[in-house]
Design a protein around this ligand. Structure first.
Ligand code: UDX
Length: 459
């Protein structure tokens, strides 16, 4: 069985390399010749642990190739996966389906032997049925081209393991034959005990958006309680631990902080609301608007805390540790950390950023900041430090170690990873998202001459 993958972004490149790892011959297609040239040399244009090795190995063996030609793909492949992007549409926040539609039409027109098209992109419910018609209208006569949906649940930073050994496989199919084809594709995972849920198109599409909506809700749920503990006191981490012990709730995705970002959760909950409105069930998904609002308020809160700690942001010098939307990634799409850095500089702060992988993507989007290659360079001469992405090297920071590198003793923990009491005992003023912060002294400009403020105890 020959497999093709249309679109070699995050999802497509990972899927292509993993399919080759499973033993298939794979041809990846992208309309961007620069990307195709880079991948053909075994060079991955983004950061993902473990993926460069797989790509290099299978490009070298010849099992994995890349092209810009639909003709080549259509004549060669038996199963065609679609992994192109569905970015947020301007206006109503719905999914922009132009890439999925264009690639489906181009593929249908190029297929010269019986084949199965399998969508993996995150799409509005109803898409597969619509694409089925599009394929029938555009395919060549005499060729049978079926359509199926197989949503992808991979997390950045764990993309390879999530693709090779996912928690579950979900397929939306219309025939036993199409299911049998996908069972063959995923034979290794199925033999390893990964459950397969075979269902209709609509359920398969909804499983993906429902999973992301649930995860976004879980994060915003704990962050809503952060807003309460910030006022009355209490320890948000203990609260999360205590409710998370209940197996009906579970502890994962209850880490309070500056909230969710990235290329999926924010856009997917907005696209789901837009689709619900089209279907006349907007009230059913209206709670997601509140989740989005809680999430965005966390970013404002981080800026408010910085303003409170410094008196004024204007002409202050702020070190931002971590700018990727999450650790083990260089992705800064809708990154809460980068958004906070931008808001700080909008208010006149000079922002010095260090991220182990995200600097170059961030500097392309927000060139107004200073990007440096170590914590030490970022915090030197800073008036305040903001810890915004929980990379391991930031988790390992100690108050004594950081004190040697900077004169300031003020830090905002945007991810609740520091032991605040330990830092305070070493003379640091610590503000954490979800923790009550009490200033005892506030004076104004210049920040470097301000009196030390101390945070109040968590009540
Ligand atoms: C997500 C889904 O997890 C994945 O299944 C889907 O295929 C794509 O979207 P990803 O975007 O890689 O994956 O990131 P994820 O690990 O889910 O984190 C999303 C955001 O939530 C990050 O900004 C992260 O920092 C934040 N987050 C996560 C929290 O703020 N608190 C948590 O407890 C967990």
């Amino acid at each position: 069985m020959r497999i093709t993958v249309i679109g070699t972004g995050y999802l497509g490149a990972t899927h292509a390399a993993c399919m080759a790892e499973l033993g298939f011959e794979v041809l990846g297609l992208d309309i961007d010749p620069t990307r195709v040239a880079s991948l053909s040399e075994g060079l991955l244009p983004f950061h993902e642990p473990g993926l460069p090795e797989l790509l290099g190995k299978h490009v070298k063996s010849g099992r994995l190739r890349f092209t810009t030609s639909y003709q080549e793909v259509g004549a060669w492949g038996d199963v065609h996966f679609i992994g192109v992007g569905t970015p947020q549409r301007a206006g109503d926040g719905g999914a922009d389906m132009s890439f999925v539609d264009a690639s489906t039409v181009a593929l249908a027109q190029s297929i010269t032997k019986d084949a199965l098209i399998v969508g993996k992109s995150t799409v509005p419910v109803g898409t597969t049925r619509r694409l089925k018609t599009l394929v029938q209208d555009n395919k060549r006569p005499g060729v049978t081209v079926n359509v199926a949906w197989n949503p992808e649940f991979l997390r950045e930073g764990f993309a390879v393991v999530d693709t090779l050994t996912p928690d579950r496989l979900v397929i939306g199919v219309e025939s036993r034959e199409d299911e049998a084809v996908l069972r063959k594709v995923y034979a290794t995972a199925l033999a390893g005990g990964v459950p397969l849920i075979s269902t209709d198109f609509e359920t398969a599409e909804l499983v993906k958006v429902a999973a992301n909506a649930f995860l976004a809700t879980k994060i915003s749920f704990i962050n809503a309680f952060s807003e309460v503990t910030e006022v009355i006191g209490g320890d948000i981490r203990t609260l999360a631990d205590a409710i998370g012990i209940d197996t009906r709730i579970g502890r994962r995705f209850l880490n309070a902080g500056i909230g969710f970002g990235g290329g999926c959760l924010p856009k997917d909950i907005r696209a789901l609301q837009a689709r619900a409105a089209e279907l006349g069930v907007d009230r059913s998904m209206r709670f997601l608007d509140e989740m989005d609002g809680i999430n965005l308020r966390r970013r404002e809160r981080a800026v408010d805390l910085a303003r409170t700690m410094l008196g004024s942001l204007s002409q202050s010098r702020i070190a931002v540790l971590g700018v990727a939307f999450k650790p083990n990634s260089d992705d800064v799409r809708d990154s809460p950390a980068l958004d906070i850095a931008n808001r700080l500089s909008d208010e006149g702060a000079q922002v010095w950023i260090y991220d182990p992988a995200g600097n170059s993507n961030a500097s392309r989007r927000s060139p107004q900041h200073h990007y440096v290659s170590s914590t030490e360079d970022a915090v030197k001469n800073a008036d305040l430090v903001l810890l915004l992405t929980e990379w391991d090297e930031f988790k390992a920071l100690t108050p004594e170690g950081l004190s040697v590198q900077t004169g300031t003793r003020k830090i905002i923990d945007g991810r609740n990873i520091l032991q605040a009491r330990v830092w305070e005992d070493s003379g640091w003023s610590v503000a954490s998202l979800g923790r009550r912060y009490v200033t005892t002294q506030t004076t104004h400009r210049p920040p470097s001459e301000q009196l030390q403020m101390s945070s109040g105890p968590a009540v």
